[in-house]
Design a binder for this molecule. Structure first.
Ligand code: ADP
Ligand code: ZN
Length: 292
């Protein structure tokens, strides 16, 4: 099947064509400016490629709850031009094929569950730690939505006494995103995260916070595996530090085969930064199955 996939981010929109095996045939990237400028070239791209379905993995907050009044609309975002934009309707009207929609992070989670590091599992958390922090959650064999969708980048943490700056989140003085995103590292240490590789104190603090967040998520959802993606997680030295700290914080309370094999429990994203677009292919495929 020829499937279109769209991964919508704050800086760029990735549009691709592929199939249900996760193979990407071709892809382009269009800068995210305003809906008026950004949507028409995406339409043109997909229209010219004769797709049978489209999967959209979109930055949030976006209403992904089928049947709700705002289903398919981008909600209260700081990207003001996109507020209220009915993305789903725009593509539906133009393409007239089944469309599956979810958040960008749920898309990445689905990509990893279908084709990558979490294949075959039915309770998985995918965190991206990049410009923002967000989580996609696959639970009971499907992507979790609830009243809107999880906002697990804003779970609250205990601020470290060693933290010289604190949170960059305008809403929370102590949330995961505010304390751990790329911009928060940059504000705290005065340099871009990628330039701080040789400063151990940076990654000590970062891994302290990430471990705190993961322990909350482990206690709440009991995931079978946690995948960590996003730009900041390209700092591979974080993985052993996080695993050790998670183990320490759980403090023997939980004893499962998964937690005994931490190296396979907390893992990097496995699809070469294609997890989002591959997840979008799967969203398209699932939309076709549903429509049949
Ligand atoms: P986005 O979140 O915008 O989709 P990324 O996941 O690439 O994109 O995240 C970008 C953030 O990650 C920036 O704040 C950047 O400083 C940080 N970042 C990107 N690459 C690295 C790296 N190799 N090491 C540490 N931080 C990085
Ligand atoms: Zn916050």
């Amino acid at each position: 099947m020829r499937i279109g996939a769209l991964e919508g981010g704050g800086t760029k929109m990735v549009c691709a064509v592929g199939d249900e095996t996760g193979r990407i045939e071709e892809q382009i990237s269009i800068p995210t400016t305003t809906p008026d400028e950004t949507i028409p070239p995406m339409m043109e791209y997909f229209r010219a490629r004769n797709i049978e379905a489209l999967g959209i993995a979109m930055f949030g907050p976006v209403d992904v709850v089928e049947g709700s009044a705002n289903y398919g609309k981008i909600l209260n975002t700081p990207k003001l031009a996109w507020q209220g934009c009915d993305v789903l309707r725009a593509f539906r009207d133009a393409l007239r094929v089944p469309i599956g929609l979810d958040t960008d992070v749920n898309g990445s989670c689905l990509g990893e569950v279908t084709y990558g590091a979490a294949k075959g599992l039915d309770c998985v958390v995918y965190y991206t730690i990049g410009t923002g922090v967000g989580a996609g959650i696959f639970a009971g064999g499907k992507l979790l939505h609830g009243m809107l969708h999880p906002e697990a980048g804003h779970i609250l943490l205990r601020v470290s006494k060693k933290d010289p700056s604190g949170s960059v989140c305008p809403f929370h003085p102590n949330c995961f995103e505010g304390l751990c995103s790329g911009p928060s590292i940059e504000k705290r240490w005065g340099k871009k995260a990628v330039e701080l590789k040789d400063r151990p104190e940076v990654w000590e603090l970062e891994s302290d916070y990430i471990a705190q967040a993961l322990v909350s998520v482990i206690m709440l959802l009991s995931p079978q595996r946690i995948i960590l993606g996003g730009g900041v997680m390209h700092q591979e030295q974080l993985f052993p530090m996080i695993r050790k700290k998670v183990h320490r914080l759980i403090n023997g309370y939980l004893q499962t085969p998964e937690l005994e094999d931490m190296d396979s429990y907390i893992v990097p994203a496995s699809l070469c930064d294609n997890q989002g677009i591959m997840g979008a292919l799967r969203l398209g495929e699932l939309a076709v199955r549903k429509a049949r």
